[in-house]
Design a protein around this ligand. Sequence first.
Ligand SMILES: Cc1ncc(COP(=O)(O)O)c(C=O)c1O
Length: 454
Amino acid sequence: MMNWQGLEGDKPHPAQIMDRMSDFAFSQRASRTHAQPISYLMQQALHNPNLISLAAGLVDYTTLPGADTAELLQQILSSPNTASAALQYGTTEGLIELRAELLSHFEQLNGWQSADINVSTDDLVITTGSQQMLFILGDVLIDPDDIVLSAWPSYFVFTDTLASQGAQVRGIDMDEQGIRPEALDAVLKQLDDAGDLPRVKMLYLVSYHQNPTGITLSAERRPQVLQIIQRYSKDHRILIVEDAAYRELTYNNEAPPSIKRYDTGNEYVALLQTFSKPFAPGVRCGYGLLPHDLVDPVVLQKGNHDFGSANLTQHLMLAALRTGIYQHQVSKLCSSYAHKRDVMLDALDDQLGEIGDGVHWTRPNGGLYIYLTLPPSVDTGRASALFRRAIEEGMIYVPGEFCYGNDPTRPIPNNQIRLSFGVAEPDQIRTGIERLARAIKAIMAQNVQVHSPG
Ligand SMILES: Cc1ncc(COP(=O)(O)O)c(C=O)c1O
């Protein structure tokens, strides 16, 4: 049995302690910015080597492309021409050859010609991970009290970034096909009726194998979502931020085209991808295809950050794409992750398949996550008996309550769990799920005792 010190709900986080000790006059944005609750979980995993973490959304250590990267860097740095180009400052919007390569990459993935959606290399911006593009899009569109529509649940790092920028979230309900168009329409109608439409600046969606649920927005719903956003873009254009971070980690070759496919005038959709998941997060290289009139404001803000993302990394990714090393790495990752996904699903079927009503989980065909829902009476939160028990058993998960933004109009569900099969090895995944199932069964049995008559 493990102890679980340091996880008490009321214990101050180190960042809060630091704030209290400082007499700097911090900006409003700094005071709206809080440490990610998930950093607690990461610390626990580091402090307890026997704890199996199915929490972290990190990529698999064993498949990172060390040897290929060394070879590509060797080639770049051993030629005086490429070495001096890669080691000099670049442009803020990114290396033009890489942007051209990425435009073709988007064409291949989505089966479109750039002309079909009115885009060129001028509309493609390279960033320091897709996180930088997410931050900058918030920075150029959001004022405090503005509203962002977001799937409910959603990728919590970005909803926290939005909170630091002062935005409020309005959650849009999902089912197994992604956000429900009727729910999107209903929320927008309500905001319109209340005169709040001018505050609505964007819709944020992780459109493939969503973090945290693993759900992909269905092909049928993609044009519908765009049409609804167009209809409510009365006062100003509402931006759809289509975060396709997991697009290339699709395990059955059946990914629908991006929502951008339907945005034929290149007006409404910012399509974001990253090399983090399909290659290596350490290269910190993301890229986005933007509506034309967003490019200058984004590039100006990016100039404030860094004058351009690491040039060496951009040369590396250009070489990886041109040599086919990138494409080879993606297929290697897909077979490795598909196997680990299957191991996790089989373990869930074995351990929790018989447990009965109210316990179910998603069956994603890509990405790194499976989302488990328990009966409403089973609290999965950080302060819950189940979370403590899971750590005592020797595993850790992300409580579903972390995966919801700050929507003041609705309660946050607390009976869900995000599980990741990204980092853990197959054996650890199996053991981790066994430990989780033991914890769940123990807590459910206690609940039955508490609620049984007499
Ligand atoms: C949905 C989603 N978007 C964006 C990111 C940020 O990735 P990066 O900045 O490494 O490109 C992540 C990272 O986990 C993610 O899960």
